[in-house]
Design a protein around this ligand. Sequence first.
Ligand SMILES: Nc1ncnc2c1ncn2[C@@H]1O[C@H](COP(=O)(O)OP(=O)(O)O)[C@@H](O)[C@H]1O
Ligand SMILES: [Mg+2]
Length: 294
Amino acid sequence: MTSNAIFETHIDNLELLARGKVRDIYAIDDTHMLIVTTDRLSAFDVVFAEPIPHKGELLTEISNFWFAKTSHLVTNHLTDLDLSDYISTDDYQLLKNRSIIVKRLKTLPVEAIVRGYVIGSGWKDYQASGEICGIKLPQGLQQAARLPEPIFTPSTKAEVGDHDINVNFDDVIARIGNDKANQIRDKSIQLYQLAADYARERGIIIADTKFEFGVDANDELVLIDEILTPDSSRYWPADEYRVGISPPSFDKQFVRDYLETLDWDKTPPAPPIPADIIARTQQKYQQVRDILLG
Ligand SMILES: Nc1ncnc2c1ncn2[C@@H]1O[C@H](COP(=O)(O)OP(=O)(O)O)[C@@H](O)[C@H]1O
Ligand SMILES: [Mg+2]
């Protein structure tokens, strides 16, 4: 299994535009690009040397599933261009299940985060101020408590290597204007609501999630990147959820738990990850895929 993990891609006939932490991005033409989701694992914003076999395929499948399910709510970046028309047969066979050809858009400089529960940086902010991103919350909430209703808690995309910073809605307006700010807030909450309801019926809590948006040549809003995957969201098994503790997360729990046992300061270089942690992490991604799409 490990032998067919893909850490990095090399497509000779396309121009490489960027390698993100997880995705390799190539130009198709002036208005389209190819996004290949590799098996690279990042945790605490550090990329590890060991890939998780098939993770890129599982993430692509999960994200595409959600794009299809939500296309009535918001236009997304997917196109129906046929990848086999643009790359060699060998590359196509290798990459088809982890690739999407998308509209090449101007990205909006905001991470559109929606939270249904108080956890992570939201929990930290709430403890310090009773608020998250300027939104006043009820007093006395415990860690991992469910919020009365989902809230929009944007952050700004940090420079490479930095962690994202939570910002107030007014900051979003200052960056992208009143109309776009309201649109991404409303759309993000609708998307979260739909997905959280669907997942909840199948025993998964989506505690929070992050969307990215772009604008096309007509300045119309488009949903981009990956959506509602275990990499862009906190997925909790509903039967293990309890208020007051940080519930075990469905995705990278073995990796994160393992990393917390190390004397590692969470900056590069990344420590090696043992094979059994890799295998169990892969199983988790597979499990999420099977529960949601099975
Ligand atoms: N349709 C699109 N148009 C332009 N940029 C996009 C589009 N979809 C995704 N992106 C960008 O491509 C990158 C995806 O690669 P990824 O490995 O997730 O990067 P990161 O390390 O920033 O998370 C992100 O920077 C994202 O903003
Ligand atoms: Mg990303």
